[in-house]
Write a new protein. Structure first.
Lengths: 90, 582, 199
């Protein structure tokens, strides 16, 4: 199997990032004096950051053949389209 | 990663399998395909009989159904169909036909049967998941049938189950039936997803050496893209069904307005699934018809690459048009215009496909065998259904014809005239491979001619009814003064519908008689190029004695390089190698 | 592509996705899972936008600190999962069995804490029938919990198989495949935790 050759990333470093970002999220969420849209934006950025860390390093997407990427990414635009269009109702 | 070679030896010891493992809990894709075939033909019959009851009520309102005296008092006292039962009939006719007949016939039967054979693989990538997929669908079918026997009757909110009617038992009077309907479709969704992931993995990873993407038959292309649609659309439906189920059972309020729920959200979710579903029901039909038309014309398919791109374009655009089912729902008018435009755009790839079929026929050496006749019916009926589709895509016209029999005519022109004729074509075409026996050509042609005539007599007049304002799903049209002049047409449609059902008798006789008494089928009765025709009929367990090598595309008919007018994909011919597909 | 075909008479095999069947199948399955959670999360977003004024602040209803700890537990179980995978690749059977056990325990703890959380919330009068927030909250977190529970069951089976030596000698495919599912469920929780509990 040719795919076994990739190096392992430093899993403990990723773990530290994830833990740190989680603490940061919980703390940021308590800041009630900053405008709400900035708060939401900051939280979303951190959530997506964490999700990307999991996908790229724990799920090894970063080390997979690029041909796998379209299969993995295909649902995302559809998900965004669906939610954005339905939101137009409000 | 030469997985295709690696899978080849896995099934050597199959001869010792017991009857149960070989024919009931089988992991062989061919047996699973045949299991799906029998199951979905049964549900096709169930759905057809319900249509007859609907037509009886419309053709002869209020008169006792012949033989209907045996129905329970809660459905039809004295044989006269009750309005509540009529609503259930309309709902369940749609549900059975869409989810348990047409969809499994196309995706369950032919994806299972054809994919490994046509790409040169010994079986699916995950045979046990494949087996689970069938048995889960079987359970879903049983749950759906069980709904007829519960108190309150079966679901009656239409096959689209619009909320809040479907979400609140106090509005519809149906609780258990609706719950079983929801559970059944959630279970069926799981089955479809398991099937789809199998098809996708198999096609990507298990093609035989030389079977490049652009050497795959169009049937496989369309089944591949359909599997992607199933994979991504079914879970949306499952999610929506689960929320509706919770509204029914747990007291949640997703779709119930008094607590702030949004009925329109149900329509959005349903049709976000529902429009890709429409293409799930037609794309495999298009693919198989392309194979059969090339075979019947003895010519390479016209514009192979454009066919592939058209399938992909239809599939992608299919995600952006769901709102055209909701023009009259009160949604944001800006969205209505957007959806109108995106819907019109789909006409372009559809027309490309139609012109390519005509281009294939042009100056072909046409063989009018039964599969070809049904395939030609598919093309012509699909054109009619497609054109009426453009009417309703236009928002101003849709205001007039929305929820009328015009819509009913349209959906039957694409689903019956389109998908079902393609299914008949496919059954006649691959029957020899599936069962090792030929079906009778004469009976097949009789069946085709009768079906074609009575099908058109049934559904074409519905256009006129719809233009006249005849509402769909209506129990008794004679109650409205403006529709009383239409009763004659309704009666004519009903008689044609009964004859349409009767026209299926030669098919059923042909199907079952040929199982035992049909002439033995040769390996390649239609002189086709696909890999499935290079193995015995029916193919042995494991399909290929040796993994085949593919040298050219699937439509090398009338090649000047060989004396026969066909050139199997696995036959090496010097000079033919570079001609990938054209 | 057509150029390549013309030069070698078209017999060269065109590889598939470049990964083994199980892994490809799992990724394809996860694609459908993305759409499933899109239906649930999308519904939440839409309903919340539609009722922005009356939507309660999550922290006024939910117990954020307990869930934050629970999130941390799930992240840890993801780390132990990759450790198990790394051990399987190296052929380290002992490490594989140890880390798999930790993963199962982590997942089971997460589900346990979630059940505790539900009981507390229902005790305080916050149930699935408590308006739109109750509906969406229990549906989303409930189906996530269902996925974790399925993962725990599958992972227990994988642990048993590891003890029988199924993944010895670097046969890591099964471990990697179930690991993809496990990390995906973790990933979904990362999104849910932020948009349901914090925002």
């Amino acid at each position: 199997m040719a795919t076994t050759e990739h190096k392992h990333p430093n899993y403990m470093a990723i773990w530290a990032w994830l833990a740190g970002l989680t603490v940061a999220e919980v703390l940021v969420a308590t800041l009630s004096h900053i405008p709400r849209h900035w708060l939401v934006l900051a939280l979303l950025v951190m959530a997506i950051w964490k999700a990307l860390l999991v996908a790229l390093y724990f799920m090894h997407l970063r080390f997979e053949p690029r041909r796998l990427w379209p299969i993995v990414l295909a649902p995302l635009p559809l998900a965004v389209i669906m939610v954005m269009v339905i939101l137009q109702e409000f | 990663m030469t997985t295709a070679a690696g899978h080849g030896q896995a099934d050597a010891g199959h001869h010792g399998l017991s009857f149960v493992r070989k024919y009931i809990f089988s992991t062989d894709h061919k047996i699973i395909g045949i299991q799906f075939l029998f199951m979905s033909l049964f549900f096709l019959l169930v759905g057809g009989l319900m249509a007859m009851m609907i037509r009886w009520q419309l053709g002869y309102p209020g008169q006792p159904l012949p033989g209907g005296g045996g129905l329970p008092e809660t459905m039809a006292p004295g044989g006269v169909i009750l309005p509540e039962f009529y609503n259930s009939l309309v709902t369940m006719h749609g549900t059975f036909m869409v989810f348990f007949a047409i969809m499994p016939l196309l995706v369950g039967v032919y994806a299972n049967y054809l994919i490994p054979l046509k790409i040169g693989a010994p079986d699916m990538a995950f045979p046990r998941i494949n087996m689970a997929s069938f048995w889960i669908a079987f359970v879903a079918g049983l749950i759906m049938l069980a709904g007829f026997f519960v108190a309150g009757g079966h679901a009656a909110a239409g096959w689209t189950s619009y909320a809040p009617l479907s979400a609140r038992p106090d509005l519809s009077g149906v609780h258990m039936g609706q719950v079983l309907w929801l559970v059944s479709l959630i279970v069926l969704g799981l089955s479809s997803i398991l099937g789809a992931l199998n098809y996708i993995t198999t096609i990507i990873n298990m093609r035989a050496p030389g079977m490049h993407w652009f050497r795959m038959p169009l049937s496989i292309w369309s089944l591949f893209i359909t599997a992607i649609l199933v994979l991504l659309a079914m879970p949306i439906l499952s999610g929506a069904l689960i929320m509706l189920l919770f509204d029914q059972t747990l007291g949640t309020s997703f779709f119930s307005p008094p607590e702030g729920g949004q009925p329109l959200l149900w329509q959005h979710l349903f049709w976000f699934f529902g429009h890709p579903e429409v293409y799930i029901l037609i794309l495999p039909a298009m693919g198989m018809v392309s194979d059969i038309i090339a075979n019947g014309s003895r010519k390479p398919i016209f514009g192979y690459h454009s066919m592939v791109y058209a399938i992909a374009a239809i599939a992608f655009l299919g995600w952006l048009v769901w709102g055209h089912h909701m023009f009259q729902s009160g949604m944001n008018p800006m969205l209505g215009t957007t959806f109108m435009i995106s819907t019109m755009v789909i006409a372009v790839p559809s027309a490309i496909k139609t012109f390519n079929w005509l281009g294939t026929l042009w100056r072909g050496n046409i063989r009018l065998h039964t599969p070809m006749l049904n395939a030609l019916a598919f093309v012509s009926m699909f054109v009619i259904g497609g054109l009426s589709g453009i009417f309703m895509a236009s928002t101003p016209v849709d205001i007039f014809i929305h929820d009328t029999y015009f819509i009913v005519a349209h959906i039957h022109y694409v689903l019956f005239g389109g998908s079902l004729f393609a299914i008949f074509a496919a059954i006649y075409f691959w029957y020899p491979k599936m069962f090792g026996r030929m079906m009778s050509e004469r009976l097949g042609k009789v069946h085709f001619a009768l079906t074609f005539v009575f099908y058109n007599l049934t559904f074409f007049p519905m256009h006129f009814l719809g233009m006249g304002g005849h509402m769909r799903r209506i129990y008794d049209p004679s109650e409205y003064e403006f529709m009383q002049g239409m009763q004659g047409t309704n009666t004519l449609i009903s008689i044609a519908a009964f004859l349409l059902l009767a026209s299926q008798a030669p098919f059923m006789w042909n199907f079952f008689w040929s199982l035992w008494k049909g002439a033995k089928a040769p390996d390649n009765p239609w002189e086709d190029n696909g890999l499935e025709w290079t193995v015995p009929s029916p193919p042995p367990h494991g399909n290929f004695a040796k993994t085949p090598t593919v040298y050219h595309g699937p439509y090398e008919f009338a090649s000047p390089l060989v004396t026969e007018d066909y050139l199997p994909q696995s036959r090496p011919v010097p000079g033919a190698g570079g001609r990938a597909a054209s | 592509m057509s150029h390549a075909m013309a030069t070698n008479a078209g017999t060269a095999f065109e590889p598939g996705a470049g990964v083994y069947d199980k892994k490809l199948g799992m990724w394809v399955f996860l694609g459908s899972e993305v759409m499933f959670f899109t239906a649930l999360i999308g519904t939440y977003i839409v309903l919340r936008f539609g009722a922005a004024e009356t939507w309660p602040l999550p922290s006024s209803v939910l117990n954020i600190p307990v869930t934050a700890v629970n999130t941390f537990i799930l992240i840890c179980s993801s780390v132990s999962m990759v450790k198990a995978y790394a051990a399987a690749v190296e052929g380290n059977g002992k490490g594989l069995r140890f880390w798999l056990l930790i993963t199962v325990l982590g997942g089971a703890t997460f589900v346990g804490v979630q059940v505790y959380e539900y009981m507390q919330l229902v005790g305080h009068g916050f149930a699935p029938s408590s308006g739109l927030f109750g509906s969406t909250f229990y549906t989303m977190t409930g189906f996530h919990g269902f996925h974790v529970s399925m993962g725990v069951i599958c992972m227990s089976w994988v642990t048993v198989q590891a003890h029988r030596g199924k993944y010895d000698n670097g046969r890591y495919e099964g471990v990697e495949t179930i690991g993809l599912y496990w990390h995906f469920v973790d990933l979904v929780w990362i999104i849910l935790f932020t948009i349901v509990y914090l925002i």
